[in-house]
Design a protein around this ligand. Structure first.
Ligand code: DAH
Length: 347
C-alpha cells in the first residue's frame, strides 16, 4: 500500500510538471481524481485490510487526494494568470470608426448654407402621386415633357391624385408645401429621386436632388440670381462665377440652366499647356442646376393666387455637386459601400 501511494504521488508530480494549458490540466484531473483511477482502486481495497489498519490507510489516501486537488488548482490558477496577462504598454489598436457618408455631408453643408439664408428644410415623401410629380407642376398627362421624367410607377391602388410612383424629382415638394402653407415661405428640400436610367458612370436609377423655392409678394429673378450666387460662392469658392442660360422647364417661366465657372481649370496655364480639363471638357463652364420663376399654372394648381404672389424655384443633383467638389468620376462609388472610398471623406 505504502509503495502504491508513493508511486501515484510521484507520477502525479511528474505529470503535473508537464501541464501546459487548461485542457492539459483537465486531462490530469480526470486521470487522478476521476472515477476510474488508481487512487480509487486503492480506496476500494480498504475494506479488505485488517480492521485496525483501515482508518490510517483511509486517512493517508484522503490526504493524497486532497494534495493532488490542491496542487492542480494552483497549477490552473498559474496558467490562467499567465494566459490573461495584459501588456499595458502595448500600443492600443484604433477601433474602426464609421464616418458620415460623403453625400450626407455635402447635403448637410448645402442645407446649412440655405438655412443661413433663411430657408426652412422640408423632407418630402419618396412616394408621390401623379398630381405631385406632374400635374401640379404643369406637366399634364400626354404632355411630351413627361417623357423627360421617365418614371417608376407603383403597383398600388391609385388615389385621387392618380397613380402612385417613386418621385422622379424633388419638385414634388412644391405641391405639398404650397397646398399646405400660407406664403411667404422659403423652402429647401433634399432627398432621393428615382428614374429607370441605365446605370453608368454618371447615371443611377436612384440619386439625390435638392429643391429650393421661395414664394412671396415681391419676388423677382434677381433674388434667384442672388441666392444662387451666394450659395455657389459659399459652397465652392468666393471667386466662382455663375452663367444663366435660357432653358425650358414646364414648372417655371422664364426658366434657366445655370453653369458655374470651372474650378478645375481656373488656372488658364493648364489649358495653355495643351491639356483639356476633364471636368468642363475645356469649356470653362459646368452645368449644375435648373431654375426659374414659378409658373402661374403651378400657383393656380396649388391654390395660390398668381396675381398676388410670385416665386422662384431651383433644383440640383446632390450627387453631381459632390462629384464636382471632390473630383469623383463615377456616381457608382456613392452606392457601392466600398470602405476604401468612404474612408477618404472622414467627417
Ligand atoms: N425638377 C428638375 C429636374 O429634375 C429640376 C428643376 C429645374 C427644378 C428647374 C426646379 C426648377 O425647381 O425650377 O430636372
Amino acid at each position: 500500500m505504502e509503495k502504491e501511494i508513493e508511486r501515484i504521488k510521484n507520477r502525479f508530480y511528474r505529470d503535473c510538471a508537464d501541464i501546459k494549458d487548461i485542457s492539459g490540466a483537465e486531462e490530469i484531473r480526470i486521470r487522478y481524481l476521476g472515477r476510474k483511477t488508481e487512487l480509487n482502486t486503492l480506496f476500494s481495497k480498504i475494506p479488505t485490510l485488517p480492521a485496525s489498519q483501515r482508518g490510517s490507510w483511509g486517512r493517508r489516501l484522503n490526504v493524497l487526494k486532497e494534495e493532488i486537488a490542491r496542487r492542480l488548482e494552483e497549477k490552473i490558477n498559474a496558467i490562467s494568470d499567465k494566459e490573461s496577462k495584459i501588456d499595458l504598454t502595448f500600443p492600443a489598436r484604433r477601433p474602426p470608426k464609421g464616418s458620415i457618408h460623403v453625400l450626407s455631408s455635402v447635403n448637410r453643408k448645402i442645407c446649412e448654407i440655405f438655412k443661413n439664408l433663411g430657408f426652412s428644410v422640408v423632407e418630402g415623401d419618396e412616394i408621390a402621386d401623379e398630381w405631385h410629380n406632374f400635374e401640379s407642376l404643369n406637366i399634364p398627362a400626354e404632355h411630351p415633357s413627361r417623357d423627360v421624367f421617365d418614371t417608376f410607377y407603383l403597383d398600388i391602388p391609385a388615389g385621387s391624385g392618380g397613380k402612385y410612383l417613386l418621385r422622379s424629382h424633388t419638385s414634388t415638394v412644391q405641391g405639398w408645401v404650397m397646398k399646405n402653407v400660407k406664403p411667404p415661405f422659403a423652402v429647401i428640400s433634399p432627398g432621393r429621386v428615382y428614374r429607370p436610367d441605365e446605370v453608368d458612370a454618371t447615371h443611377s436609377f436612384m440619386f439625390n436632388q435638392i429643391e429650393g423655392f421661395v414664394v412671396d409678394k415681391e419676388i423677382n429673378f434677381s433674388h434667384l440670381k442672388g441666392v444662387l450666387l451666394e450659395f455657389a460662392r459659399e459652397f465652392y469658392s468666393p471667386d466662382i462665377e455663375l452663367r444663366f442660360r435660357p432653358h425650358f422647364f414646364p414648372f417655371t417661366e422664364p426658366s434657366a440652366e445655370v453653369d458655374i465657372s470651372c474650378m478645375m481649370c481656373k488656372d488658364k496655364e493648364t489649358q495653355a499647356g495643351g491639356k483639356t480639363c476633364s471636368v468642363c471638357k475645356g469649356k470653362g463652364w459646368i452645368e449644375v442646376l435648373g431654375c426659374g420663376m414659378i409658373h402661374p399654372h403651378v400657383f393656380n394648381a396649388c391654390g395660390i393666387d398668381p396675381s398676388r404672389y410670385r416665386g422662384f424655384a431651383f433644383g440640383m443633383g446632390i450627387d453631381r455637386i459632390a462629384m464636382l467638389k471632390y473630383s469623383i468620376n463615377d456616381i457608382r462609388f456613392f452606392y457601392s459601400n466600398d470602405i476604401r472610398f468612404l474612408n477618404q471623406f472622414p467627417v
